[in-house]
Design a binder for this molecule. Structure first.
Ligand code: SAM
Length: 303
């Protein structure tokens, strides 16, 4: 039935090859996991991803990071899956509505002299499978030639139930809860995606140092989420300054550039996407609604 949700008995037995065929080989036999081809695992989880705006925006900006949207609605999951397939089939495409805008805004915010993106016409380049040039974007932020959205996928799942079946302890470096369903009524609060019990699972799959993001236009839900996460011993809330300076701690370097500069622009891009690149975020923006967000660092396990 459509209510039937598939999930592996353990993360080792998950078949990721259907999601990330360039990163995983098909399982050698039934019930086995998919052998990793490049030593990568899913690192970003977008919980209740809806129409997928966050992950699809971020994928070209983190071309070596596997990211997964989790969505419970069948048709919505299918829509995101179809969109990703379309982007993959058009190699070299960068969703002009998404990634480059985010990168430009992030670079702007990071104080880099970046011109506003001009409209990218369907060019000969994209027909030949080469990356269409995105003007004004630092070349380091452009995905490598031949990039084709192989690092992003969507999974139909109930994220309130089976996360540890998909992800092992400490596997994720980022977990997103963007505009989650508010479940306004008191007796519905237990259906909220942030709760003390579930926070233990989120802390389990998130690695120490990893980041948890929330954003909502519902003040009561913001209070609820920050109250519960704040009361949970394994999360430390970042100040706005700390959010601004994310990435400055360093990270993987890129030739000819300090690692932290690129990391910082990427982290800014993440915040841009969190605030403005999900479908719900865009709707709130159109209605000129307020948004409140929070970012939390997963603390190390106590001795
Ligand atoms: N994050 C998206 C955005 O900002 O545009 C979607 C926000 S929408 C208000 C909340 C989404 O969470 C819906 O698409 C809903 O189907 C999904 N959702 C609700 N409960 C879920 C669960 N337990 N597991 C996975 N997805 C869930």
């Amino acid at each position: 039935s459509i209510h039937h949700l598939e999930y592996p008995p353990s993360p080792e037995q998950m078949d990721w090859s259907t999601h990330f065929p360039t990163y995983f080989a098909p399982p050698p036999s039934e019930g086995e996991g998919s052998p990793s081809l490049k030593g990568k695992k899913v690192e970003f989880a977008d919980v209740g991803c809806g129409f997928g705006g966050l992950s699809i925006s971020l994928a070209p900006l983190f071309p070596d990071t596997l990211m997964l949207g989790l969505e419970i609605r069948v048709q919505v999951t299918q829509y995101v899956s179809d969109k990703i397939r379309a982007l993959r089939l058009n190699p070299g495409s960068v969703d002009p509505d998404n990634a480059d805008d985010v990168a430009a805004a992030a670079a702007d915010a990071a104080g880099q002299p970046v011109a506003k993106r001009q409209k990218v016409e369907a060019s000969e380049d994209s027909a030949s499978g080469k990356l269409a040039p995105v003007r004004g974007i630092k070349p380091e932020l452009m995905p490598p030639e031949g990039y084709a959205y192989g690092n992003v996928s969507v999974l139909r799942a109930n994220a309130m139930k089976f996360l540890p079946n998909f992800f092992e302890k400490g596997q994720l470096s980022k977990i997103f809860f963007l505009f989650p369903d508010p479940h306004f009524k008191q007796r519905k609060h237990k259906a909220r995606i942030i709760s003390p019990t579930l926070l233990a699972e989120y802390a389990y799959v998130l690695r120490p140092g990893g980041l948890l993001y929330t954003i909502t236009d519902v003040p009561d839900l913001h209070q609820w989420m920050t109250g519960h996460i704040g009361a949970f011993p394994l999360f430390h809330r970042l100040t706005e300054d700390e959010i601004d300076n994310l990435g400055l701690e360093g990270g993987e370097g890129v030739e000819g550039q300090s690692g932290s500069e690129l990391q910082r622009v990427r982290e800014r891009a993440v915040m841009e996407a969190v605030k403005r690149r999900t479908e719900e975020g865009k709707k709130v923006e159109r209605n000129q609604g307020g948004k409140e967000w929070s970012v939390w660092r997963r603390l190390p396990d106590p001795e």
